[in-house]
Design a protein around this ligand. Structure first.
Ligand code: HEM
Ligand SMILES: N[C@@H](CC(=O)c1ccccc1NC=O)C(=O)O
Length: 365
């Protein structure tokens, strides 16, 4: 703090918020070609509101990246991470509700000005792509049309910016490394993993017996369900075998590293232990972010379908069909959701032995 008391300059509301610029930035294009389309203002305002919130989300995510980059993440920093990730989720909830506002525009009213927008499209929202990239969406994960859009549909400067960003560590990677560093995985005092493997094995066999004995299923249905359980069993065994794990990772069935996956599982299982509570909140927020983003994609595609039917998009994609695929494919933190497959009821979990608890406290996170 300065020694002398600061005497701040008086501030005027409109100057502080630069409303002259902000409120002068809604310029419909329809008057260039004929009468102004009434709903074009709504269209512009809604998009601008989105971009402002994207900006705030990126501000939060950049600060979270910064905290994760440190070698050691003390609890107070972890609190900040949780707090800011939670803020991102609350903003996403708001953005999901905003779809309703744009849906008050009818498809026919949109047609009053839609032709004037070609070839612009949400595709070219650099902040949206930046959000995807900084969360951890990989280019090779994108569907082919979107991979091409990186090269073809945005300006050189924007493309260079996003390509540089793709080289930097993303949130997924930061979290993977943070989980992999956790010190509790090989503690000799605790035979958790053996016990755990037996318990999961028993659950899977139980499920198999139910399927085998279910007379309502046709032979094909039974076979398919048994095959699905066999797949789960194979994925589960891979958690404890580096080679098998590398194989399911290569197939894209899981993205987290093996160590991170084990650490996450442990955190999920023992989240009520004070040392795991904050780490659990981090993981839970990431699941929330992934869920909210997927809900946004889904609501956007529903809105697009009612607005355009099966017309192609102004950005050149197939429109609603392309967007539906991104809803399924562009997931980042699905691994954490899939952990639920391997959870056990609390009553069958062995309590953490005292020396393990102490070691965890010393190790911190
Ligand atoms: C009338 C309302 C809207 C329609 C009909 C519409 C339609 C579309 C279509 C067809 C696409 C696919 C790209 C293309 O070929 O054009 C698209 C992409 C996109 N739109 Fe919209 N959109 C609308 C409103 C919005 C709003 C309010 C936002 C908020 C920012 C938005 C953000 C995006 C984004 C980020 C993409 C790229 C998604 C991706 O590539 O995964 N859209 N939109
Ligand atoms: N892609 C939309 C047009 C559209 O929604 C749009 C056009 C220009 C700027 C932003 C847009 N919003 C989201 O895609 C369409 O095909 O009708």
């Amino acid at each position: 703090m300065a020694d002398k008391p600061i005497k701040p300059d008086p501030v005027y509301y409109g100057d502080y918020l630069q409303l002259d610029k902000l409120l002068d930035a809604q310029q419909p294009v329809s008057p260039k070609y004929g009468p102004e389309a009434h709903d074009e203002t709504l269209f512009i305002v809604v998009h601008q509101a989105y971009e402002l919130w994207f900006k705030q989300m990126l501000h939060e995510l950049r600060s979270v990246h910064g905290l994760f980059k440190a070698e050691y993440l003390p609890d107070e920093h972890l609190m900040t991470v949780v707090h800011r990730l939670h803020r991102v989720v609350v903003i996403q909830e708001l953005l999901n509700q905003q779809i309703k506002v744009i849906e008050t525009m009818t498809p026919q009213d949109f047609l009053e000005f839609r032709d004037y927008l070609v070839p612009a499209s949400g595709f070219q929202s650099i902040q949206f792509k930046e959000l995807e990239i900084s969360l951890g969406l990989h280019r090779n994960q994108r569907i082919a049309f979107d991979q091409a859009s990186f090269y073809n549909r945005i300006q050189d400067e924007d493309r260079a910016y996003l390509e540089k960003l793709e080289q930097e560590p993303d949130l997924f990677q930061c979290v993977d490394e943070w989980l992999s560093r956790m010190p509790f995985l090989e503690m000799p005092e605790f035979t958790f993993w053996e016990h755990y493997q037996e318990a999961i094995e028993a659950e899977l066999s139980h499920d198999e017996a139910i399927v085998a004995g279910n007379e309502l299923l046709t032979a094909e249905e039974r076979e398919a369900e048994l095959a699905a359980i066999a797949g789960t069993r194979a994925n589960f065994h891979a958690l404890f075998d580096a080679e098998a794990y590398a194989a399911i990772q290569a197939e894209g069935r899981v993205r987290l590293s093996q160590r991170a996956m084990q650490a996450a599982l442990f955190i999920y299982m023992y989240r009520e232990e004070p040392v795991f509570n904050l780490p659990w909140q981090v993981l839970n927020s990431l699941v929330d972010i992934d869920e909210q983003l997927t809900i946004w994609r889904f609501r956007h595609v529903m809105m697009v379908q009612r607005m355009l039917g099966s017309k192609i998009g102004t950005g050149g994609s197939s429109g609603h069909d392309y967007l539906r695929k991104t809803t399924e494919r562009n997931r980042v933190f699905a691994d954490f959701m899939n952990l639920a497959t391997y959870l056990l009821p609390k009553r069958v979990l062995p309590p953490l032995p005292e020396p393990v608890k102490q070691a965890l406290r010393r190790g911190g996170s």
